[in-house]
Design a protein around this ligand. Structure first.
Ligand code: CAA
Length: 261
């Protein structure tokens, strides 16, 4: 396995089919320095390419999911330097993952931490989670998707309020506004997130991937072309063995045996 310095990886779940990535810079509250994001990108890519893995969980520790981009790393950045190096470009690779990517958030998910959670497909949170986009308080704005993904998920008024005030909000508030799908006691969060990944893992990986592509398209396009895209993927499922197996198993009143084909 690769020798990571800023993350820990594991394969978990009763069927050992869930990839776990734990951000591991606890002293800096998992501030998202470039080497850390590069390691997350590599780990996600490797799990995505591994046929035995059904889904991937991204988590931190009880104090922090991640307290943002690394302020110390970017303190002396310049505009031209950001342009020339494509500052934060390495985040992009994480969004290329075809498999379900689930954030399990305990503690702080601030700035880039909130943005990292938002580029996952599903967010589960622990009761003590604190979200926010506090960049405004340090003289900048969200730079890893916060101004674009947050309004798509929670609407304009809430997103503006969060981005312009920099105020933190709780797991319960995040759930109410639809950012987070479920909230759990802190010590139950990871096992519940693993259960979620395992449930998804009972389905055909091929069809799960198509479903993820279809839902993601909702954030990229008009309703009409999104519906067209959905139809073509839906019709596409009829070219797969797993679609045939799923429906045949239903009719024969037995569990399906999906082959990822
Ligand atoms: N970058 C670098 N280091 C950070 C950090 C960050 N984002 N957040 C925390 N740390 C470090 C602190 O500097 C401190 O290190 P030292 O012990 O070496 O001083 C250590 O983590 C512990 O932090 P605190 O002592 O501040 O812990 P606290 O419990 O008192 O406060 C906190 C916790 C409220 C989360 C506070 O740390 C904080 O406000 N952090 C910054 C949050 C923030 O502004 N995030 C946005 C960053 S900008 C961004 O993300 C841009 C983007 O869109 C991509």
């Amino acid at each position: 396995a690769p020798n990571y310095e800023n993350i820990k990886i594991d394969v978990v779940g009763s069927k050992k089919n869930v990839g776990l990535i734990q951000l591991n810079r606890p002293k800096a509250l998992n501030a998202l320095c470039k080497p850390l994001i590069e390691e997350v990108g590599k780990a996600v890519k490797d799990f995505d390419a591994d046929d035995k893995i059904a889904g991937i969980i991204l988590t931190g520790n009880e104090k922090a999911f991640a307290a943002g981009a690394d302020i110390k790393e970017m303190q002396n950045n310049t505009y031209s330097g950001c342009q020339k190096t494509g500052f934060l470009a390495e985040w992009e690779i994480i969004t290329n993952c075809g498999k379900p990517l689930i954030a399990a958030v305990n503690g702080f998910a601030l700035g880039g931490g909130c943005e990292l959670a938002m580029l996952c497909d599903i967010i589960y949170a622990g009761e003590n989670a604190k979200f926010g986009q506090p960049e405004i308080a340090i003289g900048t704005i969200p730079g890893a998707g916060g101004t674009q993904r947050l309004p798509r998920y929670v609407g304009k008024s809430k997103a503006m309020e969060i981005v312009l005030t920099g105020n933190f909000f709780t797991a319960q508030e995040a759930e109410k506004m639809g950012l987070v799908s479920k909230v759990f006691p802190v010590d139950k969060l990871l096992e519940e997130t693993i259960k979620l990944a395992e449930k998804i893992g009972t389905h055909s990986p091929l069809i799960v991937k198509m479903a993820k592509q279809a839902v993601n398209q909702a954030f990229e396009t008009t309703l009409k072309s999104g519906l067209l895209y959905e139809k073509s993927l839906f019709y596409g499922t009829f070219a797969t063995d797993d679609r045939k197996e799923g429906m045949t198993a239903f009719v024969e009143k037995r569990p399906p045996n999906f082959k990822n084909e």
